[in-house]
Design a protein around this ligand. Sequence first.
Ligand SMILES: *[C@@H]1O[C@H](CO)[C@@H](O)[C@H](O)[C@H]1NC(C)=O
Ligand SMILES: *[C@@H]1O[C@H](CO)[C@@H](O)[C@H](O)[C@H]1NC(C)=O
Length: 522
Amino acid sequence: MIVNGIKSPPSLPLILVLLGLISTINGSEFSIIEATVADIQRAFADGRLTSRQLVDFYIDRIESLNPLLRGVLEINPDARDQAEIADRERRDEANCGRGSSLGELHGVPVLIKESIATKDKMNTTAGSYALLGSEVARDATVVERLRSAGAVILGKASLTEWYGIRSPLIPNGWCARGGQAVNPYVESGDPCGSSSGSAISVAANMVAVSVGTETDASIICPANHNSVVGIKPTVGLTSRAGVVPISPRQDTIGPICRTVSDAVHVLDAIVGYDPRDHEATKSAAKFIPGGGYKQFLNKDGLKGKRLGVVRNPFLDSYNKSSAISSFEHHLDTLRQKGATIIDKLEIENIDIILDPYQSGEAVALLSEFKVNIKEYLKELTKSPVRSLADIIAFNSNNPDLEMIKEYGQDEFLISETTSGIGEDVLKAVELMKKLSEDGFEKLMKENELDAMVTLGWGASTVLAIGGYPAITVPAGYESDGMPFGICFGGLKGAEPKLIEIAFAFEQSTKVRRAPPVLKVGY
Ligand SMILES: *[C@@H]1O[C@H](CO)[C@@H](O)[C@H](O)[C@H]1NC(C)=O
Ligand SMILES: *[C@@H]1O[C@H](CO)[C@@H](O)[C@H](O)[C@H]1NC(C)=O
């Protein structure tokens, strides 16, 4: 390690401290490995830990592990100062002797997907050099909310560049600015995307909690592949203002964390009406329960729930793997904990729904992106690009920077040929609406389900095109160590039920384990 520029050989206890495996602060022990928000808050309250120490731990760990994992794109140069302010606020509160009025994320380090605007020293570029040097007018609303809940913004998480909409050849977890992010469980394994960095970083204990975004699969899939919990909220439950957009119909911002409880703490902090994302947040605000979502962290949450299992075709990608037998075992657990399982349900037109060229999803997203990215770019106080055409020109003029030879920008080119939200888009949106009504909605209503249960991340498109919520929870590891999850999807506003189900499942299975100790170069 390097202290003030002097290279000194580290001792083993020091290495362990740096890796956060142990720390002896004020004489008592605190381990950041798998530390939950509740653990951290207890340690703060007992005086065993300060926010500044926690930020130092995580930054040390990022400096050790991130050269391999590349889950973190930028560390916030102000994180240590923010932590010290949080520590001072906590001391002042204690001295006043009042009950704590501090938010539940007070002093807790959070990593934000890089495409979510922060008005600070960090960049917001969707992973591309095209947006480097741009300046946002203000924090994204979800960042504003995290800051007012007391969270320390530790840094920005890497992502699949432009959420993968630049070209289908861009590998999951790759962006020009960050390079290829790596799955901490299986180095050669798919980290999935596009919120890869958010999932990788919490999985590898480089931060306490993280936030990602999803248009289709971008929270559920990386959480599934990196053995963490992802909540993809009902569209509009969280504001998209200040987030690099694709489609207001499908975009949603949600937590990626190690536990359901941590994810719910983050969810509580970020939900709510926002005049800057008026229509969607207004219509979803009715779903937000008084007292927030923590009341649904109920160990008996599976009692009386009706769960519909859809196997076809989601089990196909696991047909040779031990994941299937784990899944059967998990279904038994769900039954034992009081749920009724309605098995082997089918979603009408599932083949069409899962094919973006038949469902209308591709037509709609490519047209919507061009319109919405222009709106986003217009709000920047400074930007080298102001339209998709500008971004395409930048990429063409910087072929090596953006690795155009390898990955191209074919979908950008297709998107550029579209001309606004015309008849074709309206027809595509209408078709997706009908597919959702005849498919997922009908399945849920006819069987009076509280949630649909699927293995892995494959159902994400079913939920994405209708704006429905989902939670994925770690469910096991294949023989090569690749993680897989179980996904609970519900109708709009079903977060309370999904949280009860996911939490009760997690507490009775406790599948997640931290990734194998990684080789650390000093
Ligand atoms: C933002 O990008 C600029 C330009 O590359 C860079 O100098 C700066 O360090 C970046 N900010 C952070 C916090 O990494
Ligand atoms: C396994 O799934 C693949 C598709 O992912 C399919 O082509 C293959 O036929 C399946 N095999 C069996 C034995 O079901």
